[in-house]
Design a protein around this ligand. Structure first.
Ligand code: GDP
Ligand code: MG
Length: 691
């Protein structure tokens, strides 16, 4: 029997597990896979044997880089898990997975509470309106406190947590929990690796506290849910069934976040977490319809999560191997079968679904058909990239694109021999199809091959992948900041192209206005004029000219950002006008207007957070001041531990990992994440423009 076509939409949960690095996301995922019966051996992150971290790199570094979609079954439901990365360099991946998920489990470390990276992910989840439940993990650790998680969710995230469990025992003696909804105590005996959940009587010594915690939970639910409020007013105790239903409504509306507790490493609390995923997080039926446009007419189209509507899907992840791509998609409407041809509107091409797979972390299971609401992997797609739409060729749609951030650093790469060049180019094409935050191009002036990405670690990982997996022999240069350019005042200019090309006189002339616009990180092109001769074809040519000119600015050939380009004039000559001439004219007009718009060089500014023992604070702050950092906050986090927050230009932070380690005997840690761009100081601009 083929599972793919038998699954009811309401029985699917598409979830992500998100967390600050080291909070226990991988361990929790492992336990979930183990208890759902798909994994027969417990993996361990520390030994580098986990099944979700299957890339060699991840094993070596012990961090999760690639969001792998993994399916498992729990209480007759399919849970599709996207394991999201925890490192700041990969925020784009987290964001991308949030887009295709219906709900998330946020894992916190009960010693640390809410950490910096979780704040970022939380804000992103707010943006995409992802319903969440929280898991206070590591309750077995010394210094762990369930309330530290709930309290810091209020303080740092402004969230409304509802504790729906009560931990039994603490730190090394943490042994189980009370499910406050069912009002029953559960333990997880170690002799069965926690796989057998046993119910015990609520221990007498905590019965008062449990009663209090349960009342508090019911009060909070009553505040947010009318049905429970009615019962509350009438003095009737709601049933577990009613409480669960109310918690589900509250979670789906994001009015509050149910909080569970446990210790994944010690095999405690994972099955109740699975129950909560099924009971409280949404199925695809509960999600709003997806919006898109017709690829040609740009007319708005809406699709419901209904297998009877035309097929539409979003490709959110590609794992490229030298042998071919494994492509992950979220199906939003309709269905598709193995062997079907689906249309890719970006490429204007059909691609064939050679095989469809449900991925079980370690091994794929073939399915014949995939339907709305599901997340599935396939092979056979040749040119489709991450972020592409796939749809029915007879009912074309382009789904809202995934937003990818600008790359922040770049470096030169060079094949060791000319024979290696083809291999390198093929490898780069493969890797960038898989990871849209990684780009490569040839520098027009130097002819060097330049790769760019989100951070030092990001490029380091890719280089090592090119060497180990694609066996490319190459040299790499020093990483450099990817600067940007913009204008600070508006300016208008005319550009003309007139030349004899292949025996024919060709002509095009346009006027363009460039305006600074903070709202448009990616420059936009608008047309302000109406002209009978300005056909769609000419307009497209002008747009193409502008869009390729913005790729390398007029100052130092860095891409332009934060601006708007408006077409204000169009000249036409019968017989002579041609689209290529307008592409060239637009490019000339753009460069002129740009130079007249008081252009400046911009550099990426990062948000920085350093956590350090008090004794190293002075040195760390002194050093940061030398790096042009602005310190905005310096707080005591725990006794003797300080957190320094501020902003610093990325160009000053190369190699900081090593420096901060040596300044603090390895005890200080930091996070760095993209914030905005700021103008480069004049002195430095001069230097940069000289090279
Ligand atoms: P991730 O970075 O969020 O994926 O976290 P991992 O699952 O890789 O865990 C990071 C570290 O914390 C590893 O050394 C785990 O063994 C450890 N860890 C995970 N869960 C627990 C837990 O419940 N208790 C304790 N004491 N350690 C844990
Ligand atoms: Mg991990």
């Amino acid at each position: 029997m083929d599972a793919g076509s038998e699954i009811e939409l309401s029985d699917i949960r598409n979830i992500g597990i998100v967390a600050h690095i080291d909070a226990g996301k991988t361990t929790t995922t492992e336990r979930i896979l183990y208890y759902t019966g798909r994994e027969h051996r417990l993996g361990s992150v520390d030994e580098g044997t986990t099944v979700t971290d299957y890339l060699e790199e991840e094993k070596r570094r012990g961090i999760t880089i690639t969001a792998a979609a993994t399916s498992c079954f729990w209480r007759d439901k399919v849970i599709n898990i996207i394991d999201t990365p925890g490192h700041v360099d990969f925020t784009a991946e987290v964001e991308r997975s949030l887009r295709v998920l219906d709900g998330a489990v946020v894992v916190f470390d009960s010693v640390e509470g809410v950490e910096a990276q979780s704040e970022t992910v939380w804000r992103q989840a707010d943006t995409y309106k992802v319903p969440r439940i929280a898991f206070a993990n590591k309750l077995d650790r010394m210094g762990a406190l369930f309330s530290r998680v709930t309290d810091s969710m209020v303080d740092k995230l402004g969230a409304e947590p509802i504790a729906i469990q009560f931990p039994l025992g603490s730190e090394a003696d943490f042994y189980g929990l009370v499910d406050l909804v069912e009002n029953r105590a559960l333990v997880f005996p170690e002799e069965h690796l926690g796989s057998r959940v046993e119910q015990i009587d609520i221990p007498g010594e905590v019965s008062e506290e449990v009663r209090f915690a349960r009342e508090e939970m019911i009060e909070k639910i009553a505040e947010l849910d009318e049905k429970i409020l009615e019962k509350f007013i009438e003095g009737i105790e709601p049933t577990a069934e009613e409480l669960r239903a109310a918690l589900r409504r509250i979670t789906l509306s994001s009015a509050a976040v149910p909080v569970l507790c446990g210790s994944s490493l010690k095999n405690k609390g994972v099955q109740p977490l699975l129950d909560a995923i099924v009971d409280l997080l949404p199925s695809p039926v509960e999600m709003p319809p997806v919006d898109g446009v017709h690829p040609k007419t740009e007319k708005a189209i809406r699709r419901n999560a209904d297998p009877d509507e035309p097929f539409s899907a979003l490709v959110f992840k590609i794992i490229s191997k030298p042998t071919g791509d494994l492509t992950f998609m979220r199906v939003y409407s309709g269905k598709a079968s193995r062997g079907d041809k689906v249309y890719n509107p970006r490429l204007g091409k059909f691609e064939r679904l050679a095989h469809i797979y449900r991925m079980h972390a370690d091994r794929p299971e073939t399915v014949e058909q995939v339907r709305a609401g599901d997340i599935i992997a396939m092979t056979g797609l040749k040119a489709t990239g991450t972020g592409d739409t796939l749809c029915d060729g007879h009912a074309r749609i382009l789904l809202e694109e995934l937003a990818f951030p600008e790359t922040l650093i770049s470096m030169a790469v060079e094949p060791e021999t000319n024979a290696e060049r083809d291999k390198l180019e093929l490898a780069l094409a493969t890797v960038s199809r898989e990871d849209p935050t990684f780009k490569y191009k040839y520098d027009d002036e130097t002819g060097q091959l330049i790769v760019s990405g989100m951070g030092e670690l990001h490029l380091e990982i890719i280089v090592s992948k090119l060497r180990s997996e694609f066996k490319v022999k190459m040299r790499v240069g020093e990483p450099r900041v990817s600067y940007r350019e913009t204008v600070t005042t508006g300016a208008e200019s005319r550009g003309e192209f007139e030349k004899l090309v292949a025996g024919r006189q060709q002509f095009g002339a346009v006027k363009l206005r460039i305006e600074p616009s903070e709202d448009h990180l990616v420059p936009v092109f608008e047309n302000e004029i109406r002209e009978p001769n300005l056909t769609r074809e000419y307009l497209e040519a002008i747009r193409d000219g502008v869009m390729s000119a913005v790729q390398s600015g007029a100052l130092a050939a860095y891409p332009s950002i934060n601006l708007k380009v408006v077409l204000t004039g169009f000249e036409y000559r019968e017989e002579e006008s041609s689209p290529p001439a307008y592409v060239a004219a637009a490019s000339v007009a753009y460069r002129r207007a740009f130079s007249e718009g008081s252009p400046v060089l911009l550099e990426p500014l990062m948000s920085l957070e350093v956590t350090t023992p008090e004794e190293y604070l002075g040195n760390i702050v002194n050093d940061l001041n030398k790096r042009r950092a602005t310190i905005t906050d310096m707080q005591e986090k725990a006794a003797g531990i300080r957190v320094v927050k501020g902003r610093v230009p990325l160009s000053e932070m190369f190699g900081y990992a090593t420096i901060v380690r040596s300044m603090s005997q390895g005890r200080a840690t930091y996070t760095l994440e993209p914030s905005t761009y700021q103008p480069v100081p004049e002195e430095m601009t001069k230097k940069l423009l000289l090279v």
